[in-house]
Design a protein around this ligand. Sequence first.
Ligand SMILES: [Zn+2]
Length: 344
Amino acid sequence: MKSNFREFFMQKMLIMFKPEDIDVSAKEFISTYASYMETVGIVGKGPDGYALYSSKTAPVREEHVEFFDEWVKLNDALGIHDVVGMDLYTDGWFAKDPKYQTMNDKGVKMEHQICPNRPEFWEYGAEIVKEIGAFPVNEILVFGSGFIRDQFCFCDRCRADFAPLVDQEPNRLTHQFLTENPEHHAKWHEWRSDVIHKGLEVLQAAAESSDEATGREQPLRLSIEVLLDPETGLSEGARNEYGYDYSRIGEITKNVLINLFPWSPILPTKGSNEYSELVESLYFVNEFTRRGGRASLFRWGVTTTEQLQELKTLGRDAGIDRIVTTFHYPSDYSRRRESAIGNY
Ligand SMILES: [Zn+2]
């Protein structure tokens, strides 16, 4: 892998690193590759809920604190666009707390993601944004911003908040009850979407207060991950499954990170019907960009330049010029995939 770094950087893409990807010090790595890097990223808070910097809010992976600190400061000093990744509702540490667990209507709890309907957690996320924003970074990629699926969330709080909107008893609310009545189901989608975007507004306010606190020249950018997969109906299906509203993200943070085919390993080949469908489902990007937003294409586990070229080709066809990748899939990937496309 190591020998590929230069080749990857020369493709002018954003690679999101984990400290484990790098077997030398931050200083040695950056001084080796700085002349090839316009931008580079590092994890700030991972899906296990731990921070890699000296957080006062989240639990900390102490062994990475020094690396993180040196990494972001050196990039800033060298004028490299400095990006930090942050997992939001995908938070394994919080997901252990029964109060925050997200569950389906049968009470099956998830171990990797919490319920988004938690204003106190938005404040927690906002503190993380402010902490990362106190470093000289340009952008935060916010991963895990939606619900797991349409079948979530049926925790006590979601039941109590939503059931009155469809004149139902909270403890008698089921997914079937919602799907049987298109009006109820539409209300469910609308309500969940509202939950997600209110949370994002809190994060954006935190980013703006970090701008004031640090006096940074360009506003701290929050790029919001949205999942786009054939298993969940590409971009249109994602609205209802995960709760995204692309135009609202455009208004709130102006930046979207499209996680391409997270649950489907193979991208369709150019020329196929599936490829045309995919390009078509990315049409929303045109409107998003026209209104001043910026879209990036993201993919986990890109390790060859062939995979990269495939992404770039798609990006060109969809009008997206920014490609973001990681070398690995998330460590809890199989669990996530199972919960995202499982039968409920
Ligand atoms: Zn809930």
